[in-house]
Design a protein around this ligand. Sequence first.
Ligand code: G6P
Length: 372
Amino acid sequence: SAAEKGGYDYFMLKEIAEQPKAVADTLLGRIDAAGSLTLDEVRIPASVLREVDKVVIVACGTAYHAGLIAKYAIEHWTRIPCETELASEFRYRDPILDPRTLVVAISQSGETMDTLMALRHAREQGAKVLAICNTNGSTIPRESDAVLYTHAGPEVAVASTKAFLTQLVACYLVALYLGQVRGTKWGDEILSVIRDLSEIAGEVEEVLETMEPVRELARSLADKNTVLFLGRHVGYPVALEGALKLKELAYMHAEGFAAGELKHGPIALIERDVPVVVVVPSPRGRSVLHDKIVSNIQEIRARGARTIVIAERGDEAVRPYADHLIEIPATPVLLQPLVATVPLQVFACELATARGNEVDQPRNLAKSVTVE
Ligand code: G6P
């Protein structure tokens, strides 16, 4: 009913709007007065976490994209090797697991069969499993050694939005906590990122307030056949997520690429007027990547593509090559997906509406897939 949708036309719009609160709620009570993380609820003793020598993340769909981003954060802040794998592929390839492996299973519903089978396999091999889940008491957390709940509240729309942002927050918390417990040379950075995380809900809100041009742009592209997405570093999984949203909702051909791979194939797809969304890393910090992606944008624009550029506010270097510029607030490099994903959700939702599609219940998809 309209009341359940809180005055929005679709659950998806309501859930996109709820993201600042979902992010804040997921951080609530997990940062102490001294600015350190308190994740005692995870109940895996620090002594066990200090012994972990490999992290393996398993998940499906949007949760898998959160896991891909987590890999960057975990390896950077903890120096523990981390791999992220589609849950449906995991157990069929005889993965190497032992009691020092920490498997992180990410699932909004906690009922996805592929993810459940992956975690059962991991536990059989003696690995410890930590679930990141949005549904209290569901099967995946019940069968795991430990759980870190996301507090997105119930997510009704099939396409995941607020659950994704909270999965990212939970992944950052796990990465930072592992770093904190084990002590790494990034101690100061970890403290400053924890501080930045507490501001991030406000930044997501800021993005939401500036989405009208994105909706307008989406409507203008309703008759296109293809949209391509490029990103690099943590922007690469964001590109994959942007493409997935568009497939799920707009039923359009959409593909996400690592920008560095452009020259190894995808550039052959660039022709006049193809919309290409580019997620640009911050010009601060890892600026080498920023410069490389700016030259990617130049290359595709020279071939006539229509460039839709998501870049940090004040990034003047991209402006001359952006047919459409979507500005997002500055964040620490690894946290950028929390703000960069939001315009892509709005874009897909509006494009789907413009094409007359059912936003909350896309054809052929289910909110929770309980068969393998
Ligand atoms: C389904 C949904 C996706 C979701 C995926 C994983 O395919 O349609 O939106 O990302 O399952 O769901 P989970 O509940 O495990 O996060």
